[in-house]
Design a protein around this ligand. Sequence first.
Ligand code: NAP
Length: 317
Amino acid sequence: MDRPTLAIVGLGKIARDQHVPAIAATGLFRLAAVVSPDGATLEGTAHGDVPTFRSQAEMLAACPGLDAVALCTPPAVRHGLAVEALRAGKHVLIEKPPAATLTELRVLIDEAETAGRTLFAAWHSRFNAAVEETRRRLAGAAVRHVAITWKEDVRRWHPGQDWIFAAGGFGVFDPGINALSILTDILPGPVVVRAAELLVPANRDTPIAATLTMEGAAGSAVGTVTAAFDFLQQGEQTWSIAIETDGGRLDLTHGGTRLRVDGKPVLAEPDSEYQRIYRHFHHLIADASTDVDGRPLQLVADAFLVGRWRTTDAFHW
Ligand code: NAP
């Protein structure tokens, strides 16, 4: 396969922080265009000559030979863009979460199949060596308890991103779904949500904090799972998963980039998630295959279904 051409749609934080450098570092795709409604460009970067278009439709019309798009917009607008790109015959990489609803995701999978194009729903946290190693160690283990703690300061990590607190923006589940993407990847069996408590600021639509109680589905080798998500964490920021098994304890910390087993460091890797993502996307296209796992999104939807909703203090940036 020649080096496919790729456009980034949505030139915000994650596109600039991760996608652009990973595309340059891997060299597997040629960045041919970017789409930004406010006309933002890549000027000042190694891709300064890449043209900007105001909409994906405009970009698709101007670049008929384009092979693929990476959708880095907020989730609420992503579905229409993904369908448009697939119908135009493009391979599609979607940032997490892959859709705003479960039905949207089902429709997207069908669209990709009809178009005969690759659809890759990238759960970036899974692309860490420590997560892979944890999965390997848990295969065949009896997991007694998992405790997820995903607590960060929204003002520091998502400054001014009002879409997160608007309906369809996932609130604290925007980072929290990363923990659920790791959970569903490493456990040797499925879990179900039994209860949840969701705290929504009086002036917003989506939760700013949540706790979830899950357990292994009947007959699985998984015991109980708790998750605590918080968007108002001060001081130390925590993205960790503690796993107690019949054979010892594993601690995945720093968003899944480090692993300790019974207190001893086993793996600590510099951040290379996005380079692995682009290698995988390239491989999927060459292989004419698709990679979409809806389980993390299902757990969020289940928490929203069974959860108790509470109103809390208004949130201002
Ligand atoms: P962001 O900084 O708000 O960037 C989103 C970008 O999408 C903005 O530049 C926005 O442009 C653009 N956009 C909105 N509607 C568009 C449309 N119809 N066509 C083209 N572009 C459009 O958000 P982000 O933090 O990068 O997050 C984007 C996605 O990546 C989210 O799903 C998030 O969960 C995921 N993600 C984020 C991080 C992170 O650390 N931030 C990490 C991993 C994954 P305007 O500003 O002009 O509207």
